[in-house]
Design a binder for this molecule. Structure first.
Ligand SMILES: OC[C@H]1O[C@@](CO)(OC[C@@]2(O[C@H]3O[C@H](CO)[C@@H](O)[C@H](O)[C@H]3O)O[C@H](CO)[C@@H](O)[C@@H]2O)[C@@H](O)[C@@H]1O
Length: 604
């Protein structure tokens, strides 16, 4: 097994793409002088055009992406569309033997635009998806500018109702309104928009375009009504609060706003794609049920959540810890992950959520690829009954059916300042399980304080501290391109240890026209626990999970050289004060899923 020094130096000059091969020139004899003059003139013109283009590209830092580089970026086992722009997952539901996933889709381009529709796929296992025709398109006056996000509710009688936001415009206004549709066939291919639409218009005092994304409704036994939440924002009197309103209905057609608000947090801005559901209190738990409130914060483009108590009679939700109120501390994911939604899976009696993972490359690259965005792997959501301060978000078990060859490594100790190449067959579609233990006596001997480590501002994986960073380099070619997924342990002034978990994208690509950040968060680690991570690598998407899903971090990365056979995985330890033992390390190769475009009931 090979061991080599970690690359911490500056990036070398941009490499050539390999497409700019020199062609041998043919010498010009007298007989060919005419042809040669023409050839020289043509060559000069070509060079001039190429130089002009190169100057333009340099001006906006555009990398000369080749087709094979762009082709490599498509995921192998995540769901994505063949072409065009996809965003929010909408109305996931289990119905008559199939998981249905709808999603925001622009049929005409690689970016968000007017005219968003609901795409539709179905699955038996949340892993292999089959495409169905567009489920909902803008074709009524009240949704003519777009069928925006919404939800599907399974009513007590087993029937389904879709709630969604329609956008319309006339000479004076652009307006978001809430609408209802019901399925017209058992496979949910066609939906009938109700003649009563729009069924909810915004209350006074709210801006026309700050009223969207109705949640899945739940049944309240106290007055036998269904209830749904709609997010908004309040910019009055110089404020900038996000807040949630609750509507109740008996028939899913006539809605009444419950006075007051469910919750409001000053300074958080528009709450999009809200979600609200119970956690805890399950079969194995004697503890009370808590309620998760989640909002996609439009200002920041992050999905925040908080744990609290719900008082249905008083129509209020109160955070367990006011310092971890919505928008303050807890996120579903610390990387690129937005507009998530969840549903209750009655088959496996679990809550499952997913969010969309947008592009962090340039619009020009998206146009060249012809597609934009990937859906996250569906994740189970559960209360962390050990901490009671956070959720556990974990890839659904079904994706383990894609695991092919597994390579297990035992007894590797990574010395300070070293890297270790893992001998695996391919590095582009992987599910990696790893747990690490810092040398205990080294940790005990260290008394110096190293407080205040922050993934985003402390310099990433190349910055060395006493007890970190250490972890994995994925999509790494040993020549500088690498995405680091790492822990960093610091000792606080109180003597206690504090652990951060981060994805460092800053060396993920030679290209300068992609966004590269270091993202992550501190993660709770209880006494005696080893530091564990799981990393799903799937071409341009890397999803990292720490400590069983207490913290998750998703990155989009666009390597230029660490692709195809050149993509590898390394262990690394950039700490100065302690070696790290990889106690458990299993690298599973992952099969591809073939998301067929056409669905035929009989052939599946
Ligand atoms: O597709 C509409 C639904 O998407 C949501 C949440 O993602 O709102 C998005 C929003 O548009 C912004 O997001 C786009 C990418 O998702 C972005 O490309 C666009 O430039 C942004 O405006 O859609 C509304 C437009 O009315 C805007 O206010 C949002 O930020 C969700 O809330 C929508 O239902």
């Amino acid at each position: 097994m090979e061991s080599k020094a970690i690359a911490t130096g500056e990036y070398a000059p941009l490499p050539s793409t390999g497409e700019e091969k020199q062609h041998p020139s043919r010498s010009c004899g007298v007989r060919y002088w005419r042809a040669c003059v023409i050839a020289v003139v043509v060559a000069l013109v070509v060079v001039a055009v190429a130089l002009a283009k190169a100057r333009m590209d340099l001006a906006d830092n555009a990398f000369p992406w080749s087709n094979s580089m762009l082709q490599w970026q498509r995921a192998g086992f995540h769901f994505q569309t063949e072409k065009n722009f996809m965003s929010d997952p909408n109305g996931p539901v289990y119905y008559r033997g199939y998981y249905h996933l709808f999603y925001q889709y622009n049929r005409n381009g690689v970016a968000w635009d007017d005219g968003m529709a609901w795409g539709h796929v179905v699955s038996r296992d949340l892993v292999h998806w089959r495409h169905l025709p567009m489920a909902m398109v803008p074709d009524h006056w009240y949704d003519i500018k777009g069928v925006l996000s919404g939800s599907i509710t399974v009513l007590h009688n087993g029937t389904l109702v879709m709630l969604y936001t329609g956008v319309y415009t006339n000479a004076t206004v652009m307006m978001e309104v809430q609408c209802v549709a019901v399925p017209a066939d058992p496979l949910l291919r066609r939906w009938t928009k109700h003649p009563a639409n729009p069924v909810i218009v915004h209350p006074p005092g709210i801006k026309d375009m700050d009223f969207r994304d109705p949640t899945t409704a739940w049944f309240d036994e106290s007055d036998s009504t269904y209830r749904t939440i709609i997010g908004s924002k309040d910019d009055h009197h110089g404020g900038h609060a996000g807040f949630a309103m609750v509507y109740k209905t008996k028939d899913l057609l006539s809605f009444q706003r419950i006075p007051g608000i469910l919750h409001r947090v000053e300074g958080t801005g528009m709450w999009e794609c809200m979600d609200f559901y119970p956690v805890g209190g399950g079969d194995n738990s004697s503890s009370e049920v808590l309620y998760v409130i989640k909002a996609s914060m439009d200002d920041e483009r992050h999905d925040y959540y908080a744990l609290g108590r719900y008082d249905a009679a008083g129509n209020t939700w109160t955070p367990l810890d006011p310092e971890l109120d919505l928008g303050m501390g807890l996120r579903y994911d610390w990387g690129k992950f937005y507009a998530s939604t969840s549903f209750y899976d009655p088959v496996k009696r679990r809550r499952v959520m997913l969010g969309y993972v947008g592009e962090t490359d340039s619009r020009r690259s998206d146009e060249a690829k012809g597609w934009a965005s990937i859906q996250s792997i569906p994740r189970t959501v559960a209360l962390d009954e050990k901490t009671w301060t956070n959720l556990l978000l974990w890839p659904v078990q079904e994706i383990e059916t894609l695991r092919a060859n597994a390579t297990e490594f035992n007894g590797i100790t990574i010395d300070t300042g070293s890297v270790f190449l893992l001998p695996i067959r391919q590095g582009t579609q992987l599910d990696i399980e790893a747990s690490f233990r810092l040398n205990a006596s080294a940790v005990a001997a260290i008394s110096e304080a190293d407080v205040g480590y922050n993934c985003s501002s402390s310099g990433g994986a190349a910055t060395r501290g006493v007890l970190g960073p250490f972890g994995l380099l994925v999509l790494a070619d040993g020549r500088g391109e690498q995405t680091a997924v790492y822990f960093y342990v610091s000792r606080g002034l109180d003597g206690g240890l504090r652990t951060s978990f981060c994805n460092d994208e800053s060396r993920s690509s030679w290209a300068r026209d992609v966004t590269k950040r270091v993202v992550g968060s501190t993660v709770p680690v209880l006494d005696g626990e080893v530091l564990s991570m799981r990393v799903l690598v799937d071409h341009s998407i890397v999803q990292s999970f720490a400590m069983g899903g207490r913290v998750t971090v998703t990155s989009r990365v666009y390597p230029t050289e660490a692709i195809y056979a050149a993509a590898g995985v390394y262990l690394f330890n950039n700490a100065t004060g302690a070696s790290v033992a990889a106690e458990r390390l299993v690298v599973h190769e992952m099969d591809s899923v073939d998301n067929k475009q056409i669905f035929l009931v009989d052939d599946w």
